[in-house]
Each structure stands twice: as C-alpha cells, then as structure tokens.
Design a protein around this ligand. Structure first.
Ligand SMILES: Nc1ncnc2c1ncn2[C@@H]1O[C@H](COP(=O)(O)OP(=O)(O)OP(=O)(O)O)[C@@H](O)[C@H]1O
Ligand code: SF4
Ligand SMILES: [Mg+2]
Length: 377
C-alpha cells in the first residue's frame, strides 16, 4: 500500500502525494527517501578583510543523489570536496543555490513552517565533534528532553521514560548520566549522547558527518556497532560521510565519490572493495586513486590495479599528491579530474563526462570507463 505524504494536507487518497500548487511538483517514489536534483551550492567570499572584490566558491555542482529507504549510503572524497556542504543542504540548513532537494517526494523549498518542523523530525544529524554540538549549559536529561518537547512527542512522566529508553539504546544509564554536563564525559560518551538526541524524534534518516573521526579506534568500533544495530533494528537510513574507506566499505551498501563539488561515481559496495574485490579498470580513476592511497600494514605490499589483491615485494605506487595548481584548479570545461588524471585524453579537457549508469546500480562520469569517447565525436 502506498503511503501518504506526511508533510502537507491534501492527499488525493490514491496514494500520490501532492506538494505545493503545481502538479509537476507531484513526487512519490516508494523506495526514495531523500533526493538532491541538480543541486549546486555557491558561496561568495571576499578576497581579504579590506577587499571589496569577491570570488565564487563552487562547493557543490550539479549533484544528483538519492538516499533510499533503509540504506546506508557512503559519501567519500578528499577534504574540501563538498561533503559537509552536501550534508547541510540535504538537511535543509542551507538552501541550494540551484536545484532542488526532495524528502519523501516533497520539495523542501515548498514546505511551510509546519512541514519544515515535520521534516526536521524525520532527518537528524550527527556531527564530527560531539563536544561542540552539545550545549555545555544543559545536562544530558535536559538535552534529550528538548526535542521531545519541541516536537510534542511526550508529556509528563513519559518524558523521563523516553529519555531512559534513548540512553539505553546507546548503552548509557539515565541514573548515572542524566544530571551531568557534556564536559564531564569522554568524546565517545558525548557522541553516544548526540546519537541518543538524534534518535529522540524517531528519524527515518540520519546524516552522520565523520561521526567517529575524533574518537580512538576502540570507541569508534562501539559507535559504529551502535549505529549499525539501530539500522538493523529500526531500519534507519544513513548518509555516512567519512575519510575512512575501509569503514565505509564495511558499513555502506552504496558509496558516492565526490571530487571538487561533483559526484564522479556512485558504486555498489562490491566494486568499492579494497584489496581482492577491487577492479581498478571498472571504477573511476579518482576512486582508484583513493583506494591506492589507503595505507596497507606493510608498505612493501602493493594493492594490484587489476584487483588481484596485495602482492609482496612490489613497490607501492601512489599518485603524486601535489595540491598546487593545476591539480586543484576548478575546470570550467572538461572532466573535473582531468588535471590530475593519469588517463586523461584531449576530450577529457574539452567536455565534461556525464554521470551515467554503466552497469546496474553503478554510475560513473568518465570517458575511459563508462561513456565511450567515440560517441562524442
Ligand atoms: N560558509 C562557507 N563560506 C564559504 N566557503 C565555504 C563555506 N562552507 C564551505 N565552504 C567551502 O566549500 C568547500 C567545501 O567545503 P566542505 O566543508 O563541504 O568540504 P568537506 O568535503 O566536508 O571537507 P572535509 O573533509 O575537510 O570536512 C570548501 O572549499 C570550503 O572552503
Ligand atoms: S573522463 Fe578522462 S580525465 Fe576524467 S576521469 Fe575519465 S579518463 Fe580521467
Ligand atoms: Mg566536512
């Protein structure tokens, strides 16, 4: 049975959600939770404190990305490529400069304040730094009580019960932690409290922006196991942003790879696999580069480009990480990765390859892998 639009009144009763006044805005796809459609996000920044001249930072460019119901979607890419910007835009904290964001078929830009409040209930965020995302003046109990009250989810004595339940989900006890302030906890405990707060509204989607990168390895494992357990038990979807590629491979069923604001590849986990399962000639050259850069315990071992695994005695080959021009130059035309790509041809500098499905569920923007160069002449 189809589900009605939860945000706006006025379902026609046949299951099709209608949002806003235009019938063209009608969107409902059962397995789709959140969608970015041709989204770009630009920032105008000044060149100096006293300078009147400004330039445009293109943090996100023509991004098309979908988070499906119940999936864990990974988002990877080097620092500054736009991952957190994508998260903020998906969360509705910033509007896109171009394009649209849909949640369960509803265009965020068309939501009234009640619709936006509902949306905020359904989509929550866990940030990298749990310290700065908690109010230092509020106890754990006050922190967790707040969303329950804002969204009128519980009243009276039920609030205490619900807070206890939320803390239980992340392995904490209300009697032990309820009256304490954030500074009295370790980083791992603070991140658990942040996860409990995110769960307070029973969200369908949690955007986790490097949730474990500030934590030591053992605490990381605890947080990941809590997130995955919640995924299994409650069917929560995640957009999981991380620099830790093995962790992304472990957690995510699909992975989107970003480079300079563009999504250059969306691939299923088995193609993203590091080591034996990786087939470098089937994936985008930039994804291949990211995989090659993952350290292996013994530097004398080398991850073969043909995916046949690690080979002893072979010299490890990692592409030069020159971060100066022209590698980081934003290309107006051509492939965004062309300045760095070992396989670039003339066409790569002339025309941007579209993100195309090259095999079921595998999307790539590359002439050498997906789109044939010949079709462009
Ligand atoms: N509010 C802002 N004003 C101006 N530029 C911004 C703003 N927010 C982000 N940017 C720029 O947008 C680009 C993308 O930044 P973003 O924080 O999304 O990258 P990221 O992929 O999350 O990086 P990291 O992995 O280091 O967290 C960067 O060049 C950044 O400087
Ligand atoms: S389109 Fe060309 S430059 Fe871009 S990744 Fe593919 S081969 Fe490299
Ligand atoms: Mg970031």
């Amino acid at each position: 049975m189809m589900e009605r639009c939860f945000i706006k009144e006025g379902c026609r009763g046949d299951g099709a959600a209608w949002v806003g006044r235009s019938s063209q805005e009608v969107e409902l796809r059962q397995d789709l939770l959140c969608e970015l459609r041709n989204v770009s996000r630009f920032y105008r920044v000044s060149r100096g404190f006293f300078s009147a001249t400004t330039h445009l930072v293109r943090a996100l460019q023509e991004v098309n990305l979908q988070v499906k119901r119940g999936e864990v979607l990974g988002l990877v890419g080097e620092s500054g490529c736009g991952k957190s910007t994508l998260a903020r835009v998906m969360l509705g904290l910033e509007p896109p400069s171009l394009g649209k964001v849909f949640f369960r078929g509803s265009d965020l830009a068309s939501l009234d304040s009640a619709g936006m409040k509902q949306f905020r209930r359904q989509v929550q965020m866990v940030f990298q730094d749990p310290g700065s995302s908690l109010n230092p003046r509020k106890t754990v109990f006050q922190t967790l009580k707040e969303p329950l009250e804002i969204h009128s989810l519980c009243t009276g004595s039920d609030i205490r019960k619900r807070v206890q339940e939320l803390l239980g989900l992340v392995g904490l006890e209300l009697s032990a932690v309820g009256d304490r302030y954030p500074h009295e906890f370790s980083g791992g405990q603070r991140q658990r409290i942040c996860i409990a707060r995110a769960l307070a509204t029973n969200p369908e989607l949690i955007i986790a922006d490097e949730p474990t990168s500030a934590l030591d390895v053992s605490v990381q494992a605890q947080i990941i196991s809590i997130l995955m357990e919640l995924h299994r038990r409650k069917g929560i979807s995640y957009l999981f942003i991380s620099h830790d590629l093995p962790l992304v491979q472990f957690m995510c069923s699909r992975i989107a790879v970003m480079y300079l604001g563009y999504i250059v590849e969306i691939l299923p986990r088995h193609l993203f696999g590091l080591g034996r399962s990786a087939k470098m000639d089937e994936i985008h050259p930039y994804t291949g580069y990211l995989m090659e850069a993952v350290p292996v315990p013994d530097p004398d071992f080398y991850v073969d480009r043909d995916g046949s695994g690690v080979t002893p005695g072979k010299e490890r080959e990692i592409q030069d990480l020159d971060s100066s021009e022209p590698a980081f130059r934003q290309m107006d035309d051509g492939c965004v990765y062309a300045a760095r790509c070992r396989e670039a041809s003339d066409l790569c500098f002339l025309k941007r390859p579209p993100l195309q499905e090259v095999s079921p569920g595998h999307f790539m923007a590359c002439y050498r892998r997906g789109t044939s160069e010949e079709s462009y002449f």
